[in-house]
Design a protein around this ligand. Structure first.
Ligand code: PCA
Length: 321
């Protein structure tokens, strides 16, 4: 009996030895659909690689804060990570293409935008020693407010929650004070009376149970920001070729699955806000026109500041349908 056990242990020893463990850090909650998708991705990789690569997912800013994750992965402190692409704009202005208001209005548009954006993102990532695996959009960004708003003037002197440089610029354009609040702390900030409005997805409103304070949701579909999942290139290159193939393939499936999840959750979340007593409406005409003008100004500023790479996306995006 002893011999049998010993022989069995010897047989699996090489496999155990070959096992690689990766840490994947994300700033979003374990229950969020992005995180559930990442966990499924990790399981797919483990299965397809017959256990040769195990990816441990660390949600909720626990390992590194959302904004610090790219640097941590670059430095090899975690092998993989997820962040919101628009948080990368300081080093990579083109990562902000998906937060330019009123350019992408549907999931089909978001898909075209990602196809144009991806080669540029891949190039920037490569220069940092990172490799993009896949990206998945958040549901469209709507406007939440603690009170009805009729025009842009209603935002003057109020406090608007922000989560990236684009939302900060929008708050400024509206004359509101930007208040940076991580997604996982929105409920606390609202309950403490620190916010009057915010632009984010209906889903983020649901996950933060904003109905205690928020009375209005305007479905303005302002943009579709994407989360991006990436790895340290060296960690990837260190994998045996079949394991690398397993990662790439699982990433492709995760992207397809994530986009479908996002679209389903978008509608469900708006319904849930309504059931919880939030008034779901279109933006009033005056506000709508003002927001469109604001979006045009934002786009002009953005294209001017980003330069050539912005044209590489926007020219085909608008002219080669
Ligand atoms: N939720 C995240 C980013 C975009 C979204 O819909 C947030 O509010 O921080």
């Amino acid at each position: 009996m002893k011999t049998v056990v010993l022989l069995a242990a010897l047989a699996v020893a090489p496999l155990l030895h070959a096992q690689t463990q990766w840490k994947l850090a994300t700033g979003y909650r374990a229950e969020s659909f992005h995180t559930r998708n990442v966990v499924q991705f990790a399981q797919d990789v483990e299965r397809a690689s017959a256990g040769a690569l195990r990816i441990e997912v660390h949600p909720n800013n626990a390992l590194f804060k959302l904004g610090d994750i790219p640097q941590a992965v670059q430095d090899g402190k975690a092998q993989a990570g997820e962040t919101i692409m628009t948080s990368l704009v300081r080093d990579m202005p083109i990562a902000g293409a998906d937060a330019v208001p009123f350019v992408v209005r549907t999931y089909a548009d978001a898909r075209r935008m990602w196809e144009l954006q991806r080669p540029l993102i891949d190039g920037h990532f490569a220069r940092k020693g990172l490799k993009a695996l896949y990206a998945v959009p958040w549901p469209p960004q709507g406007l939440f407010s603690i009170a009805p708003v009729r025009s842009a003037a209603d935002f003057k002197g109020t406090r608007m929650r922000t989560y990236n440089p684009a939302t900060v610029r929008i708050a400024e354009m509206l004359g509101a004070a930007p208040v940076d609040v991580p997604m996982v702390e929105v409920n606390t900030a609202l309950s403490a009376g620190k916010l009057d409005s915010m632009i984010t997805s209906a889903l983020t409103g649901v996950e933060n149970q904003v109905w205690g304070q928020i009375k209005q949701y305007y479905g303005i579909n302002a943009w579709f920001p994407k989360n991006i999942v990436f790895v340290n290139q060296q960690a990837f290159d260190a994998l045996p070729p079949p394991v690398r193939a397993a990662v790439t393939q699982a990433a492709q499936s995760a992207e397809a699955r994530g986009w479908a999840m996002s679209e389903t959750i978008a509608d469900e979340s708006v319904g849930e806000l309504q059931r919880k007593g939030i008034k779901v409406e279109r933006a009033p005409a005056e506000l709508d026109a003002e927001l469109k003008r604001l979006g045009e100004r934002f786009s002009r500023e953005w294209v001017q500041s980003v330069g050539n790479e912005a044209n590489k996306i926007f020219i085909p995006y608008y002219f080669q349908r």
